[in-house]
Write a protein that binds this ligand. Structure first.
Ligand SMILES: O=C(O)CCC(=O)C(=O)O
Length: 267
């Protein structure tokens, strides 16, 4: 990294997302992709995946793909996660697969009809919560412009946190109206949604209190990603209760010893 470039953590803090290149080699990408494609197709039923337009997201913890577990243990992946979380961490959930096939989801930045949302409103300051978890999305196929990429308004999390701290009426309204558009954004926030594009094998981190959303996929190539949620062991201890919510009994039972340690179920 050159002196003037920001670290992934600095970029994440500033923009609410950051891309980390080259987490997986081509063989791992191909094997992971094949496992995903065996389960998720345009006709996978709603009992297996949540359906949002042409986007399919596996229903976890019941649905899991054992072949994806081992990726959570890869040194290159852990090296990318380590600076994003303060202190020791564990994998705090079943890897979630998201595939966006060609078709409509949340609009496109290019058409200026994209609609962002927040994954809930923050109840604590960014500085306190941002590095308690890291939501790492790993790409199993190239994610090209207009190819269904996660789209984010860079820096929007700052505006969200400021509003939450200063404006109870805004919070009240935004609890009910969780749609952000150019016409109905956040005062002071530039409306410049950016697609998070990357190559197969790359990963990106994103912050759910940024204005973000999936976008339409206009390409033939599906957008194929798996989401690994790492959490601070101190903030989210691996209690029996937590593990029971995060992983199915069948998944826990079939895990390798190393994977059990990674999720915090070593006992
Ligand atoms: O699929 C994506 O890229 C974004 C999904 C999304 O908007 C969300 O998880 O809240």
């Amino acid at each position: 990294m050159k002196a003037h470039e920001s670290s992934p953590r600095e970029a994440f803090d500033r923009d609410g997302y950051c891309v980390v290149a080259g987490l997986l080699d081509a063989a791992t990408v191909a094997a992971g992709r094949a496992a995903i494609e065996r389960l998720v197709t345009p006709s996978t039923p709603e009992s297996v995946t949540y359906i949002w337009g042409s986007r399919r997201q596996t229903r976890t913890p019941g649905v899991f793909i054992p072949e994806l577990d081992e990726i959570a243990l890869r040194p290159r992946v852990l090296e990318a996660v380590a600076p994003m979380i303060d202190g020791p961490f564990r994998l705090g959930g079943t890897p979630i697969v998201v595939v966006t096939f060609r078709g409509k989801v949340g609009g496109n930045a290019q058409d200026d009809n994209w609609i962002g949302h927040l994954d809930g409103l923050p109840t604590e300051p960014f500085e306190k919560i941002a590095h308690q978890r890291a939501s790492l999305w790993v790409a199993f196929a190239d994610v090209a412009p207009t190819g269904g990429a996660m789209t984010v308004v860079p820096g929007s999390h700052r505006h969200v946190h400021q509003r939450v701290a200063a404006d109870p009426a805004w919070v009240e309204r935004r609890r009910k109206e969780n749609q952000y558009t150019r016409q109905d954004g956040i005062e002071g926030m530039a409306w410049n949604p950016v697609e998070i594009t990357c190559k197969a094998g790359d990963g990106f981190f994103y912050y759910g209190h940024s204005v973000h959303s999936a976008s339409d996929n206009r390409l033939e190539q599906p957008r194929i990603v798996a989401l690994y949620n790492y959490v601070s062991r101190a903030a989210f201890p691996a209690t029996q209760e937590a593990l029971a919510k995060e992983f199915s009994p069948e998944h826990l039972k079939g895990m390798s010893p190393a994977m059990r340690r990674m999720v915090g179920a070593e006992g």
